[in-house]
Write a protein that binds this ligand. Structure first.
Ligand code: SF4
Length: 285
């Protein structure tokens, strides 16, 4: 793993592409991801971003933005005014292209320092996205921030399958991530389970029933088709993920599978689909 400490010039990136629907800004405390060689790294949409990877192998590098909290505090008011001039809230997606609670966070605590900076100057809306149960290290600060701004936590949990055939293990077990959702909900934090990208499911009814029981507020269902930045899922089709999904259930590699699972989920919880779901738009049957 190549670890580089870097000084960033900016930390709040004005949203473009599909993210415009979701937030006004994205915020990435690291570049690269220490979970890049786990299961989620195989289908990770970011690995295809050559501007970001600069030719480096996904999962083999992390740049640590050591001055990110300081730059947040220097620039947040101007960026908030920029968003307000456009008639929208200052809404921060944390993070769009890295994992805030990846293994190096235990050493550097950039995410924790950024959350502390946000306590000084909160955004209007904050969306925290994670695959990692290490977020529990910061549960109290997240709960405190959720009283200062509209906050929701997106926990990536691709389905009820712990391991897909031929893929490495995930960053955290399905059971661990359900427990994370339970603890978020118990702390009064708006908790969203993001099935992104959706994996083949064994028992969707009991999975969504369990999510409802632990207090999850909503579910987002996102397929690699339409979800990986291409209409046909062509980026993901170049990876091992579709073959591994098809080995479990050949139907799961088609977009219709997303809609079938979403219809089941709607019997239990409010459901959002792909970008609109990430933006916080849900419906229930
Ligand atoms: S944790 Fe997130 S950013 Fe890291 S490899 Fe997995 S999907 Fe990509």
């Amino acid at each position: 793993m190549g670890i580089t400490e870097v000084q960033c010039r900016s930390i709040l990136t004005r949203a473009s592409g599909y993210l415009r629907e979701v937030c006004s800004h994205s915020l990435n405390p690291y570049t690269g991801c220490g979970f890049g060689r786990s299961a989620c790294g195989v289908g990770c949409y970011v690995r295809h971003n050559t501007w970001l990877t600069k030719g480096r192998d996904w999962g083999a590098f992390v740049d640590v933005k050591t001055n990110a909290p300081e730059i947040y505090l220097k620039t947040c008011e101007a960026e908030q005014r920029w968003a307000h001039r456009r008639g929208r809230p200052f809404s921060v997606f944390f993070s769009s292209s890295t994992e805030p609670w990846q293994p190096l966070e235990k050493k550097y605590r950039i995410t924790r320092q950024l959350l502390a900076a946000m306590q000084v100057h909160p955004p209007d809306e904050l969306i925290l996205q994670t695959h990692s149960t290490a977020m529990l290290d910061d549960l109290s600060i997240v709960a405190e921030l959720s009283r200062r701004c509209r906050l929701r936590v997106h926990v990536s949990i691709e389905g009820d399958t712990e391991r897909l055939p031929g893929l490495p293990p995930p960053p955290a077990s399905v059971t661990g991530r359900i427990e994370l959702l339970r603890q978020l909900s118990s702390a009064g934090i708006f908790a969203v389970a993001c099935l992104s990208p959706l994996y083949p499911m064994k028992r969707p009814e009991s999975f969504f029933e369990q999510l409802a029981e632990v207090g999850v507020d909503a579910v987002v269902i996102d397929h690699f088709i339409e979800g990986d930045g291409t209409a046909e899922g062509s980026r993901t089709l170049k990876t091992e993920l579709p073959g591994s999904m098809a080995a479990m259930d050949s139907e799961s590699t088609h977009l219709g599978y997303r809609d079938r699972i979403a219809a089941i989920a709607q019997s239990y919880l409010p459901v959002g689909i792909s970008a609109s779901g990430f933006a916080g738009h849900y419906s229930k049957s």
